[in-house]
Design a protein around this ligand. Structure first.
Ligand SMILES: Nc1ncnc2c1ncn2[C@@H]1O[C@H](COP(=O)(O)OP(=O)(O)OP(=O)(O)O)[C@@H](O)[C@H]1O
Length: 240
């Protein structure tokens, strides 16, 4: 289980997340949903150790370490796509932590990378420079790198941005299958309907955890209203 207990994260005076407690368990496909600025990315970054809690803590109870067992797919626009590497190289980066610096990737690593590229539909683009990809192709390459990690927990920040509708369904099925294999899969998304159809655990966030449970439990008019009625940006302006 990976989760946070009584987590508060402040960047400045305003908390991005306040007293948040939530757990993500193996075999479950979770969606984190909320308006812009609600603290969704902050929650993922804190889970993976890129952001430090102001108070509260990250809990990982499955043995091993967050560094070895948690794969994280950041928002695409946060990455430098001019970096001079190929699609294959990026997917192989998913193996680097496992391969270590003192040995070359072996046959098993190459097979894992090839399989990840096939699963995400970019194997034929493997020799191409990442700067020469479309937005949807870039997103698939990030997913391939994540699959190549073979991690027990998968955290994805808006992984379907810029992906066409048909491919979104394929990739959701792929993530669902990853949960079916016993991984904990956690995705930030803005698509409520898609989350309702594919995920078995939903977390509504607006600086605080508004609701946390199955789609049936979580999707009530009251919860939706509490999550979206006033965006966090709106609060900030009102308070400024
Ligand atoms: N590094 C940072 N420094 C200062 N403030 C930050 C930083 N990162 C995020 N914030 C602020 O924290 C709040 C939550 O941001 P976060 O990125 O977690 O929201 P989000 O729910 O992922 O939003 P979006 O849907 O727009 O991606 C926002 O008000 C944001 O401006």
């Amino acid at each position: 289980m990976l989760g946070v207990e009584n987590l508060t994260v402040r960047y400045g005076a305003q908390p991005a997340l306040e007293d948040a407690s939530v757990r993500f368990v193996p075999g479950t496909f979770s969606a984190i949903i909320g308006p812009n600025g609600a603290g969704k990315s902050t929650l993922l970054k804190t889970l993976v150790g890129l952001t430090t809690p102001t108070t509260g803590e990250v809990v990982f109870t499955d043995g091993g370490s967050v560094q070895d067992d948690v794969a994280y797919v950041p928002q695409q626009q946060t990455l430098d796509w001019a970096f001079p590497v190929t699609v294959w190289d990026v997917a192989m980066m998913g193996r680097t932590g496992r391969v270590g610096w003192l040995r070359w990737p072996g046959r098993a690593d190459r097979e894992q990378v090839a399989e990840a590229l096939r699963q995400t539909g970019v194997y034929d683009l493997r020799g191409r420079h990442i700067g020469a990809l479309s937005g949807g192709q870039r997103q698939r390459v990030l997913l391939a790198r994540m699959l190549a990690r073979d991690a027990r927990v998968l955290l994805l920040d808006e992984p379907l941005t810029g992906v066409d509708a048909g491919t979104q369904e394929q990739l959701m099925a792929l993530l669902r299958a990853q949960a079916g294999e016993g991984r904990a899969v956690v995705m930030v998304t803005h698509d409520l309907e898609q989350a309702r159809r594919w995920c078995d655990h939903l977390v509504l966030v607006n600086r605080r955890i508004i609701a946390d449970g199955t789609p049936e439990e979580v999707y009530t008019p009251r919860n939706i209203e509490a999550t979206f009625s006033s965006s966090h940006l709106g609060h900030t302006h009102a308070e400024a």
